[in-house]
Design a protein around this ligand. Structure first.
Ligand SMILES: Nc1nc2c(ncn2[C@@H]2O[C@H](COP(=O)(O)OP(=O)(O)OP(=O)(O)O)[C@@H](O)[C@H]2O)c(=O)[nH]1
Ligand SMILES: [Mg+2]
Ligand SMILES: [Zn+2]
Length: 288
């Protein structure tokens, strides 16, 4: 039987079959040995004996993200709160970058617009060429209509810091509210903070995935020299600098630095580029 992994809890994987039946499965030990861990979103071949499912094979993946841990998605909606928690643009840029590397379309969703209009953040990502949606999942009627047309029929994962409102937004989109909660002042996380990734099927044939918030991770899967290829606002200018192979950091007559100084490329995006570039430079070959 073929199915899709829609949820994973405590070593069990929940596989949805073509008949929309959910079968609880174990992954055979071999996956651990081969370092082929099943991910939510994987299409898998399963066998069922005495009501117990077993994942036999993971079918070819279209793509895989480790942060958040999902496979076969079309769109990554990166949710940023205009306020509470404070926007983390570096994390946002890393999430965007991971999507770009995996060939997944990023969309920036700025939530909690009732608390702040976040003009500066809208401008940063607009300028970079990304689709930006500003809404308030909790306090704006019909906010889901701003995002639904962009993800219709697609498989979309929602990622971002804990407490930005991913689950609230998904509740509005799917009409099912769960796992959202007031932010506890002490730990600054939603009280009902999402603990696992879950794939929810929509009426239009698309899927949406809630994911737990996380705050930091490293990008390591590319070489520093290739980083510019994944920043769309830089990509169009490759080769225009005075030096061939310009890293856009210390070289003179650098078109990218000029664009940053002229305000055509956002400073915060450029700062993220520089920080990630330096980090990638320091990654040893064997780590790559
Ligand atoms: N003011 C305001 N609060 C919101 C909005 N959307 C969500 N919240 C609140 O923000 C808090 C966190 O929301 P969640 O949806 O649980 O956040 P999350 O991103 O799923 O958090 P994790 O599951 O921990 O990653 C809750 O108290 C929500 O009610 C909004 O548009 N405006
Ligand atoms: Mg959540
Ligand atoms: Zn340059």
């Amino acid at each position: 039987m073929i199915g899709k992994i829609v949820k994973g809890i405590g070593g069990f994987y929940y596989v949805k079959t073509a008949e929309k039946e959910i079968i609880e499965c174990k992954a055979r030990g071999i996956f651990r040995k081969e370092n082929l861990k099943p991910y939510i979103g994987d299409d898998v071949e399963i066998s069922v004996q005495n009501g117990k499912g077993n994942i036999e094979k993971i079918l070819d993946r279209k793509n895989l993200l480790i942060r958040p841990p999902v496979s076969n998605i079309d769109i990554l909606v990166i949710v940023v709160a205009a306020k509470d928690p404070k926007p983390d643009l570096f994390l946002t840029d890393k999430l965007i970058l991971n999507a770009e590397i995996a060939g997944i379309k990023p969309i920036i969703c700025i939530n909690k617009s009732d608390l702040d209009k976040a003009d500066d953040i809208v401008e940063i990502y607009d300028k970079a060429g990304y689709e930006v949606v500003l809404l308030s999942a909790k306090n704006e009627k019909g906010s889901e209509n701003k995002i639904m047309p962009l993800i219709k029929g697609k498989t979309t994962a929602f990622a971002g810091l804990s407490g930005v409102g991913k689950s609230t937004l998904l509740g509005v989109i799917t009409g099912v509210e769960k796992e959202t909660g007031e932010i506890s002042e002490k730990i600054k996380r939603g009280k009902h903070t999402t603990r696992h990734v879950e794939l929810i099927e929509m009426d239009d044939g698309g899927y949406v995935l809630d994911t737990p918030g996380f705050s930091s991770f490293e990008v390591t899967q590319i070489k520093a020299e290739n980083l510019q290829d994944y920043f769309p606002e830089m990509k169009n200018h490759i080769g225009e600098c005075r030096f061939k192979g310009c890293s856009h950091i210390n070289e003179p007559d650098c078109v990218i630095k000029d664009l940053v100084n002229d305000g055509k490329i956002s400073k915060s995006r450029y700062e993220s580029y520089k920080t990630i570039y330096e980090k990638l430079k320091s990654v040893k070959e064997w780590e790559n």
